[in-house]
Design a protein around this ligand. Structure first.
Ligand code: CDP
Length: 236
């Protein structure tokens, strides 16, 4: 059990109010040898994503004749966490790769690309909580930047509960000591949720309130994503 309080006089240990996101930075073209790429920082969490393709899929037996496919690899760098993470895939990264793919698949017109693959990579350079949602935001931006036809951008954030209070955008310490945490991804314009994962115990009312908080935060993130994409076309 945790000994330390995570909320003091209504403020979190990093000075934020419960419903406040960390400082968010977004940058396009983070990787040269990619069709699209982006770096997204949520506070001290940094994700670099790249998209390669759409390109022909080999070996040929992997091809789907009536649709393209999205492949995603999420990887956490050994130096990204306090206790060095052993390099290479593990069960956690396999699961996060899968949910990242499922969060993004509904937005891509994959059926327009039979026999083709779109490969997405998420590298977590520095981890301080909420890495999967940071990676989803970076990969969504990378897909758009690569010119992949999309129905909507995907915006993603975490919400949860600490010291009995509902909060937005958990940092690493909050994540490790939370009473509950929830990762959410949305297609804001379409009004769809494409990722919803929860750990911990919450009442139905708390879940509904957290979904509302996630929606409001995802809208803020969505506006930033749209702005950085629009700005990248200025002066072309
Ligand atoms: O990162 P996310 O919240 O999406 O997933 P998690 O599995 O709930 O991990 C929460 C946090 O624990 C990460 O963001 C890291 O800060 C930390 N972590 C770590 O320190 N070492 C690991 N091997 C995995 C996670």
């Amino acid at each position: 059990m945790k000994e330390e309080k995570l909320l003091i006089d209504g403020k979190r240990l990093d000075g934020r109010s419960p419903e406040q996101l960390r400082e968010i930075q977004m940058k396009l073209s983070a990787v040269n040898r990619a069709n699209g790429s982006a770096e997204v920082k949520f506070g001290k969490t940094t994700a670099v994503a790249s998209v390669h393709g759409p390109r022909a899929l080999y070996p040929r037996f992997l091809q789907e004749s009536d649709t393209g496919i999205l492949r995603v690899r999420y990887n956490m760098a050994p130096f990204s966490v306090v206790d060095r993470k052993s390099p290479g895939p593990d069960r956690r990264s396999t699961e996060i790769s899968k949910v990242t793919r499922l969060a993004l698949e509904p937005t891509i017109f994959l059926e327009d690309f039979p026999k083709v693959t779109i490969d997405g990579f998420v590298e977590i350079i520095e981890a301080d909580g909420s890495t999967r949602v940071t990676g989803i935001n970076a990969l969504s931006l990378s897909l758009a930047s690569a010119g992949v036809p999309m129905k909507d951008l995907v915006a993603s954030c975490s919400v949860g509960k600490i010291d009995g209070t509902l909060i937005v955008d958990l940092n690493g310490k909050e994540d490790n000591n939370s009473e509950a945490d929830m990762a959410v991804a949305m297609l804001p314009n379409k009004g769809l949720i494409s990722l919803l994962q929860m750990d911990g115990a919450l009442t139905k009312e708390e879940i509904l309130k957290l979904l509302q908080l996630a929606k409001e935060s995802c809208m803020q993130i969505y506006e930033m994503q749209k702005k950085i994409l629009k700005d990248s076309y200025k002066g072309e």
